[in-house]
Ligand binder design. Sequence first.
Ligand code: SF4
Length: 445
Amino acid sequence: MQLARTPPPSMEALLYHAQMQGILPLTSRCNMQCIFCSNAYNPETCEVFTIPPRRLEEIEDSILWLTGSRGPIVIGESVTRITEGEPLTHPEFPQILKLLRQHYPDRIIRVTTNASLLNPELIGLLSELEVELMVSLNTVGHREQVMGDKQPESTLRNVEGLGGKVRFEGSIVALPFVTGWDDVSNTASFLKESGAWSIRIMSPGFSRLHPLWKDAASFDVDEARSFSQDLQKDLKIPVLFEPPGITSVTPVVEHVLPRSPARRAGIRPGDVITEVLRRRVMTRTEAFELIRDHEKPRVAYDRQGVLYETVINKQRFQPSGLVMYDDLDLEAWFEWERESRVKRRRVLVLTSALARPVIEDALELRGLTAAVEGVPSLFFGGNIEAAGLLTVRDFLAAYSEIAGQGSEFGAVTLPKRAFDPWGRDLEGVSYKTFEQLSGKAVVLA
Ligand code: SF4
C-alpha cells in the first residue's frame, strides 16, 4: 500500500529537538562494522539521517539547547533519527567534552563508545571531567567476526584501563548463535573485572532484510533472561536484560549498588517501593525519579509483606544506588487519561506486544477499561518488536483486523515514540494518515 509521506524537517530542527531531549549528536561515522548495527539492513523507505562530524563552533552555538532536559547529556546512543556513529572518531572530541563540562558542571555526561579509540590521555580527561561511559563491548572472543575489530587486544586493554578511573557500564548484544553463550559469559566477567558497575545484555533485533534474522528469531528470550539473572548472582553486580519482560508497573528494586546511599538505608533487591516523600507511588519510573530528584527522601517499602520506612541519605539528583527497570512515565500517563477521555469512551491502545501487559496493569490499577493490542512490525519484520519502530502501515494493518471483528472505538491511541515531533513515522507518514484511513481520532501517548 502506498502511503503519502510528508517532507522531512531540516537538519537544524532535528538537532534542536535532539538536544532539547539531552541528546548531543556528534557524528554518524564509525570505525567498526558490527553485524548487529541498527544502522544497516533497514527497509529502503526508512527515514534516517547521517551527519559528518559537527563543527565545534556549531556545537558551541547550540549548546544551550541542552537545557531543555533535566536528565543526563547523552552522546553516541542511537535514539533519534540521526544515525549515531562512534563519538571518539570526532577529531575534536576532547574539546567538546571540556565545553560541555564548562557549561554544565552538575549534569551527568554519558558517552556510548566501542572503546577502540580510548587511550590513557583520554581516560585521564574522562576521569577529570567525571564523564560516564557505556562501553559497547559485545564480545571478547569474536571481535573481528562480530564487530570488524582489527585490533581486539588493544580494545580490551583500553577497557581494562578504565578500571578505578572512569565510571562505566558495559553492554553486550547477545548473539549466542554466533559466539556461543560462553562468550557472553566471558565478556560479562571481563567487564566486571575491568571495573564496570553494571552490565546490560540485549536481545538482538534484526529486520527481515538481515541475513541473520532467522537465527535471531530462534533466540530464546526467556533463556537469555534467566542466563542474565544467573550471571548477576555470580558476578554480584547488576546484569540487566533488555527487553526486561516486565508485566506490571509494581516498583520492584532489581539491584542495590554496594556502598550506595540506598544500600546504607537498608533497601535490598526484591523490595517494593510503596511511598516516596509520604506519597504513594504507582510505577517504577515514578519511584526512581522521585528518589533521584530529592534530597534525603523518606521511602516506605514492602519486603515480603512487611512494611518498612527509611531515609536515603543523599543529595538532590545524586544517584541513590537503586537499579530499577524503566516502565511508565506517570505525567505522560495522566495526560493520556485526560486527552483520550478514556473514562467516558471506549479507547483502543495500539502498542508493542512487549508494552501491552504493562499498560494493562496500569489500567487496572487506575480502575480504567480500554482495549490494548500488541502490533507486529510488518515494516521492519524479522524479530523487531519495539513500539518506537512501529509505523502507520503496521498500525493500519492491526486496526483493520480488529475493526473487522466488529469492535467500535471512540479513539485510538498510538505510541508517541513511533513518531517524530512533527507526527511523522519512520517512513515519514503522518499519524493523521491513520486518522483519515481509519476514520478514528488518534491520541499519541
Ligand atoms: S560500534 Fe555502534 S555505530 Fe559502530 S558499527 Fe557497531 S553498533 Fe554500529
